[in-house]
Design a protein around this ligand. Structure first.
Ligand SMILES: Nc1ncnc2c1ncn2[C@@H]1O[C@H](COP(=O)(O)OP(=O)(O)O)[C@@H](O)[C@H]1O
Ligand SMILES: [Mg+2]
Length: 398
């Protein structure tokens, strides 16, 4: 077992593409680290540099306390599990798992012991004499894992290993890989574009965009304290609601204007003093869907926003209430770029909302209560859970 450390790592491909830009990241010994980000953000490149399959343009890569930039892949003692796992169809499961040990002059008894131990961890003991074609997709994926485990490497590298599986199997394998990693305690770097995988599996998550690391933290930390608009939008489903706001002072109180409405900020908001420095400036206000509170249940004295119910999606035990706010969507260049990054269609939607001076937001509530479509109600807001971002840089304001 060992840590993996990226020290100011940059990768520039021969055609000039800068795929990874000055990456600083430490995967601690025994840690399960997820690298997540949209397609093309440099995840695979980062992983392949650790594996030794891609040259490093700049910076240092350490495994344990050893710089490995110039070490051949086979000398790095790490195992890689790919998206497209290739099993040998003519070999049994035992032989498939044992394969990486065969050309190492390892005594047959030890090979047998290691394959059995791996098969036990993965629940494949009964299938060792079978051939791959008799196994389900999930079992085959586990055989591919088994092949990585038997080597007892210092670390695992996994590149979207679940993306070829159907939805149900993916959920199951997600839990299995998580359990396996916890049982074995092997340092693991796992790459995915799926934020749900990221949130459920890793000890920590590193969010990347366009080759640049955005934030590293535990899942809850990224969810509750995103460092910028990108992380805020990328983590969480349905995504955080974003609305154009303006910080102002009325009668000595700091407020946030949203459209023609006003939310007083001083009460219950940590860092309200910092926001005071943004007086008379535009900000981006972020509201998670669960922080728009049930209008029929909450204290009417709480700050709130009037919104029209467009559509209710029942999904017991929850419902998503789609609302329309009389306000401006976030339309800075960076926000549009971001919308395009996170969801290819939403930039167009945003322009339409802007034209109508409306913003679509989503509230997430327990199912049960009924919200009439077309009706306007006042939705209470838990001010302590609001997020504010600089409208130009997208950085969070704290
Ligand atoms: N061999 C290559 N030559 C040139 N550009 C590449 C090569 N491989 C990847 N890229 C580019 O580098 C960027 C990062 O790619 P990649 O690491 O595959 O991202 P991800 O795994 O996050 O989808 C993309 O812009 C991609 O087109
Ligand atoms: Mg990739």
């Amino acid at each position: 077992m060992a840590s993996i450390i990226y020290k100011n790592i940059t990768k520039r491909y021969a055609d000039g593409t800068k795929a990874v830009d000055n990456l600083d990241l430490e995967i601690r010994e025994g840690e399960f680290m997820i690298v997540v980000g949209p397609s093309g953000c440099g995840k695979t490149t980062a992983l392949r540099m650790a594996a030794g399959l891609e040259d490093i343009t700049d910076g240092q890569l350490l495994i344990g306390d050893k710089v490995v930039n110039d070490l051949e892949p086979r000398d790095r003692d790490i195992a890689m599990v790919f998206q497209n796992y290739a099993l040998y169809p003519h070999m049994t499961i035992f032989e498939n798992i044992a394969f990486p040990l065969q050309n190492r002059n390892m005594p047959a008894a030890e090979i047998k012991e290691r394959v059995r131990a791996a098969a036990r961890t993965l629940g494949l003991e009964e299938h060792l004499d079978r051939r791959p074609k008799h196994l389900s997709g999930g079992q085959r994926q586990r055989v591919a894992m088994g092949r990585a485990i038997v080597r007892r490497p210092k670390a695992f590298l996994m590149d979207e290993p679940l993306s070829n599986l159907d939805a149900k199997l993916r959920v199951q394998m997600r839990a299995e890989i998580t359990r396996m990693q916890r049982d074995l305690g092997i340092t693991t770097l796992y790459v995915t574009h799926d934020q749900v995988e990221a949130m459920t599996m890793g000890h920590r998550i590193a969010v990347m965009r366009k080759g640049v690391l955005q934030q590293v933290g535990e899942p809850v930390e990224l969810y509750e304290r995103p460092a910028n608009l990108f992380v805020a939008s990328f983590i969480g489903s349905p995504a955080m609601n974003l609305v154009q706001g303006r910080i102002a002072e009325t009668e000595g109180r700091i407020v946030c204007e949203i459209g023609s409405q006003e939310i007083p900020l001083a009460d219950g908001l940590a860092g309200a003093e910092n926001l005071a420095g943004y007086r008379n400036r535009k900000v981006v206000v972020g509201i998670r869907p669960e922080h728009l509170l049930d209008p029929q249940k909450t204290d009417p004295s709480l700050p709130g926003l009037a919104a029209r119910t467009r559509l209710v999606e029942l999904l017991p035990p929850e419902q998503l209430v789609h609302l329309e706010l009389d306000a401006e969507p976030v339309l800075s260049t960076s926000a549009l770029e971001l919308a395009a990054d996170v969801d290819k269609t939403s930039a167009q939607d945003l322009n339409l909302q802007a034209k109508n001076h409306r913003v679509n937001v989503v509230a997430r509530l327990p199912s049960g209560r009924r919200y009439a479509e077309g009706e306007t109600t006042r939705w209470a807001i838990d001010v302590a859970h609001l997020h504010f971002f600089d409208a130009d840089t997208g950085e969070v304001l704290r």
